[in-house]
Every structure is written in C-alpha cells, then in structure tokens.
Write a protein that binds this ligand. Structure first.
Ligand SMILES: [Fe+2]
Length: 302
C-alpha cells in the first residue's frame, strides 16, 4: 500500500536557536509553536497541512537501539522543499540579509522543470528550494481566514434521473459510490463521492422530459485514468470514449489545464468524465492531445 505522504522529517541539530533562525528567517517557514531548547517544529506548507520539519537537539526516541554509537547515529542530509513563492527573489534577499550562502540556480528540465537553489543550514544539511516552472499547488486549506478564499471547491452537484432505482444501482453498484441518504417519498438519493463527507452527488427522479443530459467529472488519479480506466469501465459494461470521439478509447490530455480524461455515459445519457490533473506545466498551444503526443512532446522539451 502506498503511503499518504511525507509526514515529518527531523534534523538533529547542534543548536536549536541557530537552526530556527535559518528555517524561519532564511527559508521562511512558519513555526508551529514556540521552540524549546531541544525541539522546534515547522509547517512546510501551512499549519493545517501535516507535513512537518522538526529540529531536535539531543536524542531521538528509540535511538539507543541504533547499531551505531552515540554521536554517529544521525548526520547531515539533503532534502528539498517546493517553494511556495513563484520567484526566488525574496528567498535570495532573506538569505543575503542573514548571511547564508546560496548556490545555484540549477536548471531542471523534463518532469522537474524549474530551478533549484541550494544552501547549507547551520548543521551542514544541504537544503534545496525548488521553484517549479508551473505554479506551486495552492494549499487547499490556508492557515488563516484572512487569506482564505471563500470558495474552497465544489462540494455537491445534483442531476435529474428518470429511474431512481436504476441510477442508484449504477452509481453505487456499478461505479462504487456510497449511498448517504435516501428519501423515497421525494424520490431522491444523496450519494457520497470519494468517501463520506468528501463530495456529494444528488439523484432526483423526474419525468423523462425533465431529464436533460448534463456533464460532470469525477476526480481520479493520473495513474488510474491512464492505466486502468478503460478496462475498469469495460468490465462494468461501459464504453469509454474520449473528448474527440475519434472512435478510440484512449484518454486525452487538455493542454491548458493540463489534465487527462476519459468519458462515459450513465443510464440517462449524462456525460461523465474521469479526470486527473497532470503535474506538468500547461501547454495550451497543444489543444487536446493524445497521451502519446503529450508525453512525446514533453520529453522532447517542446
Ligand atoms: Fe469536463
């Protein structure tokens, strides 16, 4: 099973105050609470995102079981953070103000396209700040309400269906959504998408004349859209089609997003999409491309 992400990296440091000065004042991270003499913890994204950078002076839990003698158990490491700022100007200014020597930029191409700056922290760890050419992903839950967008995303959408039982069987039985609530009198079912509380799809039974085909998209992973969506749909008796309806069942890429997607229909003819954002920089000039074309031109650096 895959992990859910990197939770914490802890650096063993000689002096908390010096290390805090580097990660707070030069790198620009936010402390989660006041540091003590032997511990400090930073948020690498925001307070609400559990991806921490810890600084520890002294022993770590269970370190006595290390096969190595005290003093040789932990040493400098190299690690990189994705910069939250678009440009390195402020980081470089902070570094020069605090006398930190910065090396680089190193230009990356391909999947890591962007620039990296390197800097040794006071404990000789080699810190890298990576500035991807694409904008850094925005935290979905910023730490303070002052900066928070009111609209955080789409939570629910509702569609008219001509046969409630048939649609429940399709969305829950075939596609695997979870039924959350059902009102037989009102002929409505509310389903969870992506698990309880993540997002909701409402099915409202109406006379056929009121069931006008709509379009909406389910979020999926890149790996699944590319690797198994077509087979997954076919196993369920569903025909997949791509945006161009070119007779193939290949997922297509929307260059401006960029995202990869495949389409199919529900029993009422609603157009459903499985879509996944790609980690690459957008290339609107490509329009809608096959995955093969997207990969070929990306790897060729075009
Ligand atoms: Fe769409």
């Amino acid at each position: 099973m895959a992990s859910a992400g990197l939770h914490e990296i802890v650096l063993v440091v000689r002096n908390i105050e010096n290390a805090v000065r580097f990660y707070r004042d030069v790198v620009g991270l936010t402390l989660r609470s006041d540091p003590t003499d032997d511990w400090a913890s930073f948020a690498t994204i925001s307070i609400e995102h559990p991806q921490w950078l810890g600084l520890r002076k002294g022993d770590l839990l269970f370190e006595e079981h290390s096969p190595r003698p005290r003093g040789q158990r932990f040493g400098p490491v190299h690690f990189a953070l994705v910069a939250g700022e678009q440009s390195p100007v402020e980081f470089l200014e902070r570094a020069s103000r605090h006398g930190a020597q910065v090396y680089g930029p190193h230009e990356w191409d391909g999947r890591m396209k962007g620039q990296s700056y390197y800097c040794y922290d006071p404990d000789d760890n080699l810190f890298e700040y990576w500035y991807p050419d694409r904008p850094a992903p925005r935290p979905t839950r910023p730490e303070s309400s002052e900066h928070r967008e009111m609209i955080q995303g789409l939570f629910e959408t509702h569609i008219n269906v001509s046969d409630l039982e048939r649609s429940i069987a399709f969305y829950c039985g075939v596609l695997g959504l979870e039924q959350g609530h059902r009102e037989d009198d009102r002929r409505v079912a509310l389903l969870w998408m992506g698990g309880r509380g993540t997002a909701m799809l409402g099915l409202w039974e109406k006379p056929s004349a009121l069931v006008v085909p709509q379009h909406f998209a389910f979020r999926a992973t890149v790996e699944d859209v590319l690797g198994r969506s077509v087979a997954w749909l076919n196993e369920r008796g569903l025909t997949s089609r791509n945006f161009l309806d070119d007779g193939t069942q290949r997922p297509m890429v929307f260059g401006w997003m960029p995202a990869v997607a495949i389409y199919f229909r529900d029993p009422d003819g609603h157009s459903i999409e499985l879509v996944a954002m790609l980690p690459d920089p957008p290339r609107p000039e490509l329009g809608i491309a096959s995955w093969e074309e997207w990969e070929r031109t990306r790897d060729a650096g075009q």
